[in-house]
Every structure is written in C-alpha cells, then in structure tokens.
Design a protein around this ligand. Sequence first.
Ligand code: NAP
Ligand code: G4F
Length: 325
Amino acid sequence: MKRVLITGITGQDGAYLSEFLLNKGYEVHGSAHDLSADKLWRLDELGVREKIALRDVDMTDEASVNALVKSVQPDEIYNLASRSFVAASWNAPLPTADVNALGTLRLLQAMRELCPTAKFYQASTSEMYGSGNQQHRQDEDTPLHPKSPYAVSKLFAHWMTINYRESFGLFACCGILFNHESPLRGLDFVTRKISNGVARIHLGLSDHISLGNMDAKRDWGFAGDYVEVMWRMLQQPVAEEFVISTGKTHSVRDFLAFAFREVGIEDWTKYVKSDPKYLRPVELQELSGKNDKAKRVLGWEPRVSFEELVTMMVRRDIERLTPQT
Ligand code: NAP
Ligand code: G4F
C-alpha cells in the first residue's frame, strides 16, 4: 500500500484529495496547524476523518516538519498547506511568506534529506500571473508577475520546487491551478460567500450580501475535479508543470445571477451591496487559463460546469441552514 502525506489536509483541497486517494487504496497521512474540532468539518462531511492519520504540524516549525516527514516516510507528498486568502495577505505579509514560501522550502529540504525518492506536488496558483484576459489566456509559458504578497510567496515556493528538481533530481512538480470551488470552500472566498448569502436570504435569515469588486472575472472550476489532476501529475514519468483550468471565465456578477436564479430571484441587485472594505490594494481583473497541455499529456478535462458548480454550492448551503426535522 502506498503512503501519502498531505499538508493542509483540513482545507478544501485536502479533504477532496484525501477522499480521492483513499478510494485509490492509499494510506493517507495528513497535517495542519490546527486540528481543533471546528477545523475538521470538511473531513467529517466527506466521511474520511477516521480513515486518515492526522498530525498537528505548523509549516513554520522546521523541527516539526522534519519529524513529520521522518515518521511518515511517504511515497507521495502533496503540499497544500497555505495561508490561501489573497485579500488577507496584504495585512499579514510576513506570516504569509513564512508558511507559503519558507514552509514549502522546509518541506522540500526535509524530503531531500529524509525521503529523496518520494514524489512531490506543489500547489502553485494562477495568482502568480497577475492579470490576463480571454484574448491572452495564461499557459505554462506565460511570464509571471505576482501582484499580492500571497502571490509573491507562492512564486518563491513554485521556483524552489523547480530548483530542487533541477539541483537535486527530486521528482517535484507544480500544478498551476486556477480558482476551484465547492461546497467545502471557506466562507471568506467570494463564491461561498455568495452561495451562503443566497441561502440565508432564501431562508429569511439575512437581507443582503456585501461585496467588493463585482466586475472581477475568474476561471472557476470544481475542486473535486482538480484534486484528481494533482495525483495524475505524480503518476507521470517525468515531473513538470501543468496549468489546470476550465478555460472559461465568469464575473462575480455572473456568479451572483446564477446563484440567485437557483432560488427563483431574477433581480438580485436589491439584495447585494457594495462595500469598499472588500476592495484590494491591487486587483486581478481577469484570470483565464489555457489547459491544453493537461488535456494532451494527462488526459484530464474538467467535468463539472460553472452552472452545475453554482447550483451544487447553493443547494448544499440551503441544506446546511435548513433545520433538520
Ligand atoms: P485552504 O482551504 O485555505 O486550505 C489551506 C490549508 O493549509 C488549511 O488546512 C490550513 O489550515 C492550512 N494551513 C494554514 N496555515 C498553516 C500553517 N502555518 N501550518 C500548517 N498548515 C497551515 O486552501 P485550498 O483551497 O484547499 O487550497 C489548497 C492549496 O492550493 C493552497 O496551497 C492554496 O494556496 C492553493 N491553491 C488554491 C486554489 C483554489 O482556488 N482553491 C487555487 C490555486 C492554488 P487552517 O484552515 O486551520 O488555517
Ligand atoms: O474568492 P476570492 O477571494 O479568490 P482569489 O482572490 O481569486 O484567490 C483564490 O484563487 C487563487 C487562484 O487564482 C488561489 F491561489 C487563492 O488561494 C484563492 O483560492 O476572490 C475572487 C474575486 C476577486 O477578484 C475579489 O476581488 O472576487 C472578488 N470579490 C469581490 N467581492 C471578492 C469579494 N472576494 C472576496 N473574497 N470577498 C468579497 O466580498
């Protein structure tokens, strides 16, 4: 049985990836810096919590990261741990860099010393590109120009992963993933903020949602589809980078329109307020990815459409908020 280590296992992708790898027959070990009960809800929703070995490890603590790798001796490592909320990174650039940039380096170094034959996946991000648009969609060759402390920290981790591959021959690769969402998304992110807000309005628990830039466009896919491709990347004969995206963009307004339509509301404007506190110092107006290489080499395609994703998220939030009889 192959043994896998997932850092950031309590996050959205960690939960879906655990479920996916358990179904493939892996022994799953996972870490996060806070294993209190309210952080385990995603693993509980998917019914996988009891099937994985959980470790309390902060990525800022080198000794703990080393001890983790030494004791698990994984065949595959998925480095998902991150302070992943872009907007928060301007107020906390140092902790963001410590976890996202140096945390990745600590893990790479531990792998180099303790299990150099393992395979390593780094969770890189489309945020590293800065803005693009539908006419100039980003692929593996597009220059990188990060515009938030989060994106800069991820760029360091991205290049360190490649550097460890080139310097020491490790099997280490990066998936450059565009936004992916699900009913397990954190409430801070705009999609879940909207699905939860729409569910609350529908059930009479709230009368509006406050948002920032509603003209921003993102290439939104379903997280369940995206974790599969992380695994596929580690089954390749050589380690290399892949853009993972749907190739289609929608605006925050499009997301609002679909989400409100799901509960029978066509004119959503009276339920949504603009609040400048949600604007960012620098905004990425549009992100749009070209996934041709992933389709060609990995045989991967996203399965869940934007409309299905919005519907899935709104329905799950209504279920969660509806009292059980
Ligand atoms: P997420 O839900 O925010 O999960 C991040 C995980 O990292 C959580 O378990 C979090 O724990 C943990 N973590 C945070 N600080 C830590 C620390 N100091 N030590 C150890 N663990 C720590 O993110 P996600 O959406 O699953 O994304 C997974 C990875 O993909 C992240 O690296 C993210 O940056 C990257 N990514 C995500 C997307 C996307 O659209 N979802 C796109 C591209 C790349 P707490 O929740 O307790 O803080
Ligand atoms: O949902 P968001 O916060 O996601 P963002 O910033 O695109 O980052 C996510 O995707 C990245 C991949 O591209 C990941 F690397 C990262 O870890 C994270 O998972 O914001 C999406 C868009 C932004 O343009 C934002 O300005 O929605 C806009 N927005 C408008 N009003 C809002 C709000 N975002 C949030 N979170 N909250 C609002 O009220």
